[in-house]
Ligand binder design. Sequence first.
Ligand code: C2E
Ligand code: CA
Ligand code: CA
Length: 559
Amino acid sequence: MQSDALCFTHDSNMGSMIVTDDQMTIISISDSFKTDIGETNELLLKPLNTLCTSDKHFFTQEALFELQRSGMWQGTIEHYYNNSEKTSLQVTAYAVRNSLNEIEFYTLFLNHTDKRLLHTTQIDSLTKLPNRTYLLDVLEKRLSSAKQERGFTSLLFIEFDDLARFNETFGFDIDDQLIVQLSEKLKSLLGADDVLARVGNEQFAIVSQNFESEESTEIFAKRIISMLYEPFFVDPNMFYISASIGISLSSADERDAYRLLKTAENTMRRVQKDGKNHIAFTQYKAQSSLQKSMHLMEDLPAAIENGEIYFVYQGQYDHERERFSGAELLARWRHPKYGEVSPGLFIPLAEQSGMIGPLTIKAIIEASKMFAKLEEANIKDFSLSVNISPAVLMASDFIETVQFLRHNYDLVGKKLNFEITEETLTQNIDNLVQLLEQIREMGIGIEVDDYGTGYTSLQYLANLPIDILKIDRSFVSGIDRDLKKRGLFQAIVNMSHALDIDVIAEGVETALEDAIIKKFNFITVQGYFYCKPKESNNLLEKLKDNNENTACVWTLLRA
Ligand code: C2E
Ligand code: CA
Ligand code: CA
């Protein structure tokens, strides 16, 4: 058989062709090989005859013998696509002899028996990369592999910015060309056994088990971002492209490939909201904290009942009167399994699950008990503030519930305040002014919490019945060093006082911050510097000390 004739028998629909020398060392491989056989296959690295004794690869001794004897062998061999997925391959091999009847070449034609399936459902036709289906397959295998037992699998979900927008200006398939270039660049960054897939139009995903830590995954993600600092060229034009990357890391107990991919995708969406060329993590800790959140949500109702959720108090120090004039109730959860759970975690869960209502009722009842203790300790003229979430404020029976509590828990005439965040006040709440006025009519003060984070106009505030403005910690921390902050703080204070609204500065942590704030008159401060959140009895102790030492502020410093 002539080698010329062989070349003609091959066409691109037939699969891949390999030509080897007489020792079966590969001389040439057709371009379609990588798509058909996989890129990291051992076939590329070793002479074929060294593989002939392997039971999973290539020729058996018998096959080789037959090929050499008759000049042709046809059969099926099993092979591992990209070393991970077992598929079968149809091989037609020819031994090509020279005029001396010595074997000069071997030529092999390879066809996946299930090639059509692989192509239509698992390979992206533009980039020739595995697609989402294939990726999920690989991911599932990786998650149950031994390596996963020891470490974790990282999944990076990358979305490039809208490339199709270039088409109108530069030509209709610019986006395709850019996507191919991007896929090549991404490929060049891959480590051994990493899998790159095109999972959506402008979306790629990388699965890797090569990273030891979150940090090393992040470094890799940063390399992807920095690869985009260089322009891409589709002659004669130059393009800058940005991307957002979401990463999910899976621990040994996470085996759900779909969820890992979805988590990375959702994380990427979050990044996109913040702007492009960013990276964010949903790490396996957060992943398991997803499960934890589910458990916490289930445990919430009982925890509110049984006292696992309780309240601490953070004193508010009035500079003018040189005494503590009030305290804020802050919820805490001592969970039997998870230990101290931050309100930053469980308050949103309570809001989502509707349990924020009962929690707030518990806070108001707790405040009533504290008022009784204060009275007993002869501490007068002292306010207690309860945080009110938007869902609570907007509940149709809110006013009614508060009325009930006032009368049944001896709150009439007590200095109770509700803290409502600036953000809540800017939401479109029906009859907001009327609602706030009803609260006020019950003798409950209204505080704007976290003021300065929502950019409410002064005009807007002037139209609301508000008693106290709590200036957010971001305006307070570092006020001793930052003149701009000081200016803003001053402006807020002036405005509030002009509107006859009292001011509390939140998050005062240092003596220097306190000294600056003290210079603005009529300001109350709340922060770790004067008082960390404390259980009721500890606060009472502190307040008693305070009563006895009103002249000496320094004895109050830090708990
Ligand atoms: P917030 O209402 O802004 O409460 C102030 C937060 O700042 C508290 O965190 C407090 O411990 C902390 N803090 C106070 N002084 C300082 C300081 O000097 N430095 C620093 N770095 N932080 C300080 P916490 O207790 O973790 O509460 C977080 C948030 O959870 C609260 O923010 C509030 O939005 C919510 N929350 C807490 N308890 C309740 C509750 O009973 N009901 C509702 N609806 N939300 C609550
Ligand atoms: Ca608050
Ligand atoms: Ca606050």
